[in-house]
Design a protein around this ligand. Structure first.
Ligand code: ZN
Length: 293
């Protein structure tokens, strides 16, 4: 299981979330067999969604983050629950553009230009909330910070990192989301800005230190409490019942075609699980839904 902590400064000026998402990212690598740059891109989106999801209020709330850029990775999406459990998908898992001049994986090139969407499905809301923003850099962390600043007027620092090993697996992955709360003390803001100048990359930090220590680097010189520490993982919420619904949504004629072909198989895009339907099962599904078979 991965870990995620949440804290707040004692004076209520800022809140911080820190996560080690190494296991979730490696689960994604296993499911989607991603190339290194695709691993970094999807890993960052998964890590961000997990932290953003942990800010949801209720058990059935869902946060979905989607980067729809024109880079070779295509669409990248991840959705998370309020405990930070997350699942994700990348349209082109083979995306692996040439490295940047500094030798780093070129996530921005894989993502490209386009839009970023944040969707919140909350139990209390009649319609899901959807926020959109033009992709700023494609490096993901800067885009998340820009999203919060522009769409939600919350000044935010976001760090995301995935270190990919020679075997294409993630050696480490993690993230930080630091947000100023209304009426933040300017002195606290100054200290945070000062601290940011000396902080090493988050993928290095999670490899060497505990999450609370990392929070302490961002909030050096500021008193804070960690009020939540939770475990989270890559978790898919798919089920046969949901697949039944997806099949019915394709329409009676489509299902009749599938019956004529002797059955069908649907594969979950998030976890790769295959749901097989024989012709008889499809007929029963139509009967239950009140259609003619
Ligand atoms: Zn699934």
């Amino acid at each position: 299981m991965d870990n995620l902590i949440r804290g707040i400064t004692k004076d209520g000026s800022a809140r911080i979330i820190v996560t080690d998402s190494t296991l979730a990212v490696n689960k994604a690598v296993e499911i989607h067999t991603t190339a290194p740059t695709a691993t970094a891109a999807l890993g960052r989106v998964l890590t961000a969604a997990s932290m953003m999801g942990s800010l949801l209020g209720e058990k059935d709330d869902l946060l979905t983050l989607r980067f729809k850029g024109d880079g070779e990775a295509g669409s990248i999406m991840a959705s998370a629950d309020y405990l930070g459990n997350v699942r994700g998908y990348i349209q082109n898992p083979a995306a692996d553009p040439p490295k940047r001049p500094d030798g780093k994986l070129n996530v921005a090139a894989a993502v490209g230009r386009g839009n970023l969407y944040v969707m919140r499905d909350a139990a209390g809301l009649p319609e899901p909330y959807v926020g959109a923003l033009e992709i700023q850099s494609g490096e993901i962390a800067e885009d998340i910070a820009a999203y919060y600043a522009q769409s939600e007027q919350v000044p935010t620092v976001c760090a995301l990192g995935v270190r990919v090993g020679k075997d294409y697996r993630a050696l480490s992955a993690g993230g930080v989301l630091l947000q100023l709360l209304p009426f933040a003390d300017p002195e606290v803001i100054d200290k945070i800005e000062e601290n940011l100048k000396t902080i090493p990359p988050i993928s290095t930090l999670v490899e060497e230190h505990g999450l609370e220590y990392i929070a302490g680097l961002y909030l050096k010189g500021i008193e804070f409490d960690i009020f939540d520490s939770m475990t989270c993982s890559y978790r898919c919420a798919c089920s046969r019942k949901k697949t039944d619904g997806a099949l019915l949504a394709t329409g009676v004629d489509e299902i009749k075609d599938m019956i004529a072909e002797g059955g069908t198989e649907l594969k979950c895009q998030f976890c790769g699980k295959a749901y097989k339907y024989t012709a008889d099962e499809l007929k029963a599904l139509l009967d239950r839904a009140g259609g003619e078979s």
